[in-house]
Design a protein around this ligand. Structure first.
Ligand code: SF4
Length: 372
């Protein structure tokens, strides 16, 4: 094996703190109080020092990682062994980092090795941002983007939300236009999902949400708009300028290894899945991760591969599982091709943007026919 063949795992660090709680969010996060940030950083340092792995991607997600401050992020990165070309991402919230008097220092992040920032824009229309509970306006997002760029970090990803209450194709265009003109290199665009146990779930009848057809139209409009502005779709919800795909997130979809540290962080290493429970107290008390069984099996591999524009690559599947995708599955994919949902070539099966819209049933149908 040459050095270039060597595969390194990714590292995910979950930071469970947020400046407030958005009414649609069911991620594990809360407003930090007392000494909790200090304790979290100390425990995370301890856990990071325990691993002797070397990583080629590090991703600080949350929650809102900037909530622990740039110096603490630097401190944590100081405990991580990563390759010289590693992709190092920090998720940031414009309400903390884009305020005029914000002390958050992107320069410190860059010096620590951070080379990618992912920012939760969601919408560039302030009335929509308010409905989503965002604590900042688009002006703060703009300011944060400028600060990131002047610190020398050029790889910026923006999250966009589709199907927001009262959103129209016109307001969506405003948001997409903002993304393009901001100089972002990567866009993630998700259709709002109303999760149980969130305020949005309880208010869902009163939210004036676009119906499924309109949300689908928004999705297809987004794929077209971003495609026309140089962003290639490489996953159901992810678009990038050439060469700016998220290397860390690609590991999840390609069933490659990663270690997760922090409450609610999941891992996949040596064929096993395991996770830290979503509970800060047990995390701080040093609780061991919980085993979640075998991972990376055929079904999971196909499900994840079909989320990607590169799709299910026959050669990779055969190499990994020592067998071919069944004729029945390929023939069914050809049938779906005639409906405009899938493309089938000698090398792969991949979903079209219309296929992505109904990915659950398309992928389910292919999986069913690939069973022994
Ligand atoms: S900032 Fe992000 S993680 Fe925090 S509550 Fe809002 S959506 Fe959830």
């Amino acid at each position: 094996m040459t050095m270039t063949d060597k595969k390194y795992p990714g590292l995910y660090i979950h930071v469970p703190f947020c400046p407030g709680k958005c009414p649609y969010c069911d991620f594990y996060s809360f407003i930090p109080k007392g000494d909790i940030v200090k304790e979290y950083v100390a425990e995370t340092q301890r856990r990071l020092k325990e691993t002797d792995l070397c990583f080629d991607s590090v991703y600080f997600g949350g929650g809102t990682p900037d909530k622990i401050g740039a110096d603490n992020i630097k401190l944590l990165l100081g405990c991580v062994n990563f390759t010289s070309g590693a992709e190092i991402t920090v998720e940031c919230n414009p309400s903390d980092t884009g305020r005029e008097n914000s002390a958050f220092d992107f320069e410190t992040l860059r010096q620590a090795g951070v080379n990618r920032i992912s920012m939760g824009l969601q919408s560039a229309v302030d009335s929509e941002r308010r409905k989503l509970g965002r604590l900042s306006g688009v002006k703060e997002v703009q300011r944060a983007v400028e600060k990131i760029k002047s610190a020398g970090i050029e790889n910026i990803s923006l999250d966009v939300m589709l199907g927001i209450p009262d959103q129209t194709l016109e307001t969506l265009d405003e948001t997409l236009g903002f993304c393009v003109s901001s100089g972002a290199s990567h866009i993630s665009a998700y259709i709002l999902k109303i999760e149980q146990n969130t305020p949005f779930y309880r208010m869902r009848e009163k939210l004036n949400l676009p119906d499924d057809d309109t949300a689908g139209e928004m999705y297809l409009h987004t794929t077209g708009y971003l495609g026309a502005h140089g962003f290639k779709q490489y996953e159901i919800s992810n678009f990038s300028k050439p060469g700016y795909e998220s290397r860390h997130n690609l590991k999840y979809w390609r069933c490659e290894e990663y270690l997760g540290i922090g409450p609610a962080a999941h891992s996949y290493l040596n064929g096993r899945r395991f996770y830290c429970p979503a509970d800060i107290d047990s995390y701080l008390a040093g609780a061991e991760p919980v085993d979640d069984g075998e991972g990376g099996g055929e079904e999971e591999y196909i499900m994840l591969a079909l989320r990607l524009s590169e799709g299910l690559i026959f050669e990779k599947y055969e190499k990994r599982f020592g067998k071919k995708v069944t004729d029945e599955a390929v023939n069914y994919a050809k049938f779906l091709e005639s409906k405009g949902l899938v493309c089938v070539s000698e090398k792969n099966i991949s979903l079209t943007p219309r296929g992505f819209l109904v990915s659950n049933s398309v992928i389910g149908g292919i999986l069913e026919r690939n069973s022994p």
